[in-house]
Ligand binder design. Sequence first.
Ligand code: URA
Length: 197
Amino acid sequence: MNATLASLKASAADCRACDLWSRATRAVFGEGPAPAAMMLIGEQPGDEEDRSGRPFVGPAGRVLDRALTEAGIERADIYVTNVVKHFKWKPQGKRRIHDRPNRTEVAACHPWLASELEIVRPQVLVLLGATAAHALLGQAFSVSRERGRDLLGTSLAPHVIATIHPSAILRVPADADREVALGHLRSDLSSASSLLQ
Ligand code: URA
């Protein structure tokens, strides 16, 4: 991590721009090289990410890692982050269950993401799921309709691809359907990678 990302990460650790910090263990900042040819943006850290302080290391991270490997992408070569840096959760028995961040929380966290984009300067930006796509492309964007397409002409990066979120794959009940969803993620990541060649 270069000095600028390191200092942003340190500042984000004390962020009080919304209330999510008060129930999270820590802010989970992005991770990876800068600049990086490819940057992935998810929604928010989950339970394991909140405990470890690293993005996409829990169940969704394992799905992402599998899809990256199958798409021939080295995770160490890409920058991975989230729209929201604190874990939003609700209790269910002893467990902390993911609770989707609202628009106010997404907006409060946006300056961190904007700074990461400025420093990482990806050639290809991959938006994982609706929260990331809506935060960066607007509420009207439909991931299911537009996934896998190269969205040219945004000011975010030369190429932008939206795809299914790894957590959504985990929620698919039938094994066969889950494999199909994983195939979509893998092929969208392959498309993103081929834009770099
Ligand atoms: N889901 C996300 O969007 N990000 C993570 O870091 C983990 C799960």
